[in-house]
Write a protein that binds this ligand. Sequence first.
Ligand code: ADP
Length: 175
Amino acid sequence: MNPMRNVSVVQGDITTFDVDAIVNAANTSLRGGGGVDGAIHRAAGPQLLQACERIGGCPTGEARITPGFGLPARHVVHTVGPVWGGGTRGEADLLASCYRTSLALALEHGLRTIAFPAISTGVYRFPLERATRIAVREVTAFLSTHGDAIDQVTFVAFDRETFETYRRVLAEEQK
Ligand code: ADP
């Protein structure tokens, strides 16, 4: 099966997506923050913070799951991307791990439609092109082995540059 069949990119606000799970680019405290994290907490309501506080935190490169509460999405997978520090601190492996562990968690919970933001490419400053290649590679690899269990992975680009970068990298992958 062609794993690219189930992968797409759209430009938009991830908090509006009606999917089994949206992925949050969280921080290790899971207490909310700026960027996509802040937007998800605002849209989900205060119960999300309470659920995150019960979990207590999450190490970089791992993922945790909560309900979606006030969101259209049924669940939120909170993953903690690496802060870019020049590339010599294992950032690429940690970012790859975010995508893998998020997808594994989705699989474990029987979730079939998942939307990802561009993890670590905002405040955490991971170079966009490199991050995009890692995201596309990991999702494609995962779908090539578990594609029957997952119907759709959507990359949600908030801005035009991110959208165009994903579109280009996905097109190269489809060749
Ligand atoms: P990080 O700290 O992991 O870098 P950010 O939230 O700062 O996380 O940025 C990650 C990406 O999420 C950036 O491309 C940013 O533009 C994007 N983003 C911000 N708000 C939203 C949103 N509501 N929906 C989708 N993506 C968003």
